[in-house]
Design a protein around this ligand. Sequence first.
Ligand code: NAD
Length: 493
Amino acid sequence: MNNKNYINKSWQDAKDGSTLKVENPFTEEIIAEVPNSSASDVDHAVSVAKAVWKDWKMMGSLEMRDLLREVAVKSRAHDREIASIITAESGKPLIECLDEIEWIASIFEYYSEIGRDQRGRVVAPVTPRSMSMVVKEAYGVVGCIVPWNYPLLLMAWKVAPALSAGNTVVVKPSEITPLSILHWMDVACDHLPEGILNIITGAGETGAALVEHPDTRVIAFTGSVETGKKIALMAAKQLKKTSLELGGNDPIIICDDVDIEIAAKGTAWGGLLNAGQVCTSLERVFVMESVADAFTEAVVEEARQVRLGDPMNGQTDMGPMASEMQLEKAESKVNTAKDEGARLLCGGGRPEQFEKGYFYSPTVFDQVTSEMEMMNVETFGPIIPIQKIKTLEEAIELTNNSQYGLGCNIYTNDMEKALTAADDIKAGSFWINDPLTDNEAAPFGGMKMSGGGRELGIEGLDEFREPKHILIDYQIRKKDYWFPYDLDEGRKT
Ligand code: NAD
């Protein structure tokens, strides 16, 4: 890959010429360099977005719809090449990256339509012959800061609603995965009016410059709790709105009335998908005692069958982790779990068959207790810890005894159990018998330390619109409640 392919807009070129290297985690080779955008590059991108905002906001709804829909059409038309770039920079299996492209196309289609619907409401007027309209209007320039685990998807969750609400956007991809977004902009967004969607590449400092820029009115961020807190503090200095999608330590509760084989397959997939690098990965498994042994055995069997290999290969289930740092984090979490007394049932190290690539074997633990680190802090690796529970109430208590509140899953045929858990558990998503499945028409986001704000659905659109009350009197009339006051006469309105 030649970085020139990805740098086609003047404001993307870092003025001081510094660059960041992008590595393929399977081959461990540097595959491209991208500009390390400085604060002045960020300023340039934001100024461009600001200059065209009014034109974009005032564009007719059908024209805007057609432009956004065209993004979906072109994304699908280039799905294989964009997906291959995600795989090359992240190590995620190609099949999962192709799904990611289909999802982003679907998101652009969805928001191209709902952006022109529900623009506000009309409420009953306080005085006769007048009207009160509540109009939801765009903020202006939105800064979007994206992580590496779903680089296109988590970008689209922000960019599609932000644009369809009438904002203009500056995106900062993760320094680990900037190439797929750059290429997607080239091939799927080249018809959009110049300046409405801009990209800057860089690491944390570049992201911070976007947050601190006085002309970004909203910061939509997905990433770790640690970075989310920093962004919230920076934004608070300017009372800037943020939408924060942060980490989790999501549980799955396995009740004793289920098909153990299916529950084990679902748990293995939900814990190991994308090498466990999903914000809603299954990171705590609570299984009822009576089925625990059979279930654990089945999960171990599933984990052993996961095919590791070249992520470009259509038969690979799990590729390498996205970076050496992620691999080292997984190693450290597993070592801590062993030291704390968890029993390692499979995995627990780097697989021997690969000379290169940041691979980590699918790992399953049992004899896990709720005090252990992995049951309290996000693991973000292919690690499945299984803890026995006696009752549903215990599972609910353990689930809620967490700083996070992103998602929660349950397998049961007993609707009373499922819906009681859904009532009592603090989590932004609650999946019954279908782990980790999102719906672009329904909101996604976290409670507690997993964030604030919502993506997807009408709620995801409202993150990028602020309400304005427009009051209209049909005539210019003198009002009785104006000066001069006369308490004896009272109010006549
Ligand atoms: P990260 O917080 O390290 O980085 C995320 C983005 O923030 C990157 O683009 C990074 O360059 C930028 N950044 C870093 N420091 C910054 C700063 N000081 N100011 C502004 N921007 C800054 O996260 P990551 O390692 O890329 O992603 C993994 C994390 O993301 C995990 O914790 C995971 O749970 C979370 N995540 C959450 C969701 C969700 O929807 N809740 C989805 C996916 C991932």
